[in-house]
Design a protein around this ligand. Structure first.
Ligand SMILES: Nc1ncnc2c1ncn2[C@@H]1O[C@H](COP(=O)(O)OP(=O)(O)OP(=O)(O)O)[C@@H](O)[C@H]1O
Length: 227
């Protein structure tokens, strides 16, 4: 599903962000990506979402070869993934329903499909009663649940979440990762960057640790549980 093989990335200003990274993530896995600031975590996610290109190595994501991908193919890659951001990135002038519906609209879904699917997805994230609210009327945790609903609505193979709990109260952070775990149990692969040790300790998932642009530890679920 995700295969990074000898991947390196240097930004145009000469910053070496990743060196010879190897990572294999199977369908259905839940992986925490941890490491200090500047370690290369976001760069790795950006390579996987094709926001940035690697300099060398082999990179396969959901059947797409990202080293040779054409620009017109990128939207097809992105349809296989849902993205969740630290700053939510909701459209402030749209209601909760409209924010989620918009993600379906842009991939060509029709009115009937949207009106069937969006209430179902809002139910999954426990926001059925907030459909008519605007983002500014919601708590941080609720806004991120809208972000999660939007990421899920087109039924992606995987969710890529870059510090999804970074702007949320610690107690609500657990709620968001609980939801991600439920989604994972339904078969969706989850890749989540986080700085929050309490979450990583509590949820006992695979942990990939990056330091100075290299993967320095890769702890599977069983080892994480034994810690
Ligand atoms: N667009 C860019 N141009 C130049 N250098 C960049 C760019 N983006 C990131 N970097 C550099 O690449 C390195 C890795 O950055 P990256 O954002 O991947 O780290 P990170 O582990 O996600 O950090 P944080 O936890 O602070 O978000 C850092 O040295 C950073 O300054």
């Amino acid at each position: 599903m995700i295969e990074l093989s000898h991947i390196s990335k240097t930004y145009p200003n000469g910053t070496h962000a990743l060196y010879d990274v190897n990572l294999h993530v199977d369908k259905g896995e839940f992986v925490f990506i941890v490491g200090s600031s500047g370690a290369g975590k976001s760069t790795m996610l950006k390579l996987i979402t094709c926001e940035e290109k690697a300099d060398s190595g082999k990179l396969m994501v959901n059947g797409h070869d990202l080293m040779g991908i054409k620009r017109r193919e990128v939207p097809y890659l992105r349809r296989t993934m849902g993205m969740v951001f630290q700053d939510f990135r909701l459209i402030s002038k749209m209601t909760v329903f409209e924010n989620v519906a918009f993600a379906m609209h842009i991939v060509g879904a029709n009115y009937r499909e949207i009106h069937k699917r969006v209430p179902y997805i809002l139910g999954l994230v426990n926001l059925q009663n907030k459909a008519k609210c605007y983002p500014a009327e919601l708590s941080g945790g609720e806004q991120q649940r809208v972000g999660l609903a939007r990421a899920l609505v087109n039924n992606p193979d995987m969710i890529i979440a870059d510090e999804p709990t970074g702007n949320i109260d610690p107690a609500l952070s657990f709620e968001i990762v609980d939801l991600l775990s439920e989604i994972n149990l339904r078969g969706t692969t989850i890749l989540m960057v986080t700085h929050e040790h309490s979450l990583v300790k509590h949820f006992q998932k695979r942990i990939v640790e990056i330091h100075g642009g290299r993967i320095v530890a890769d702890t599977n679920e069983l080892e994480a549980a034994a810690r």
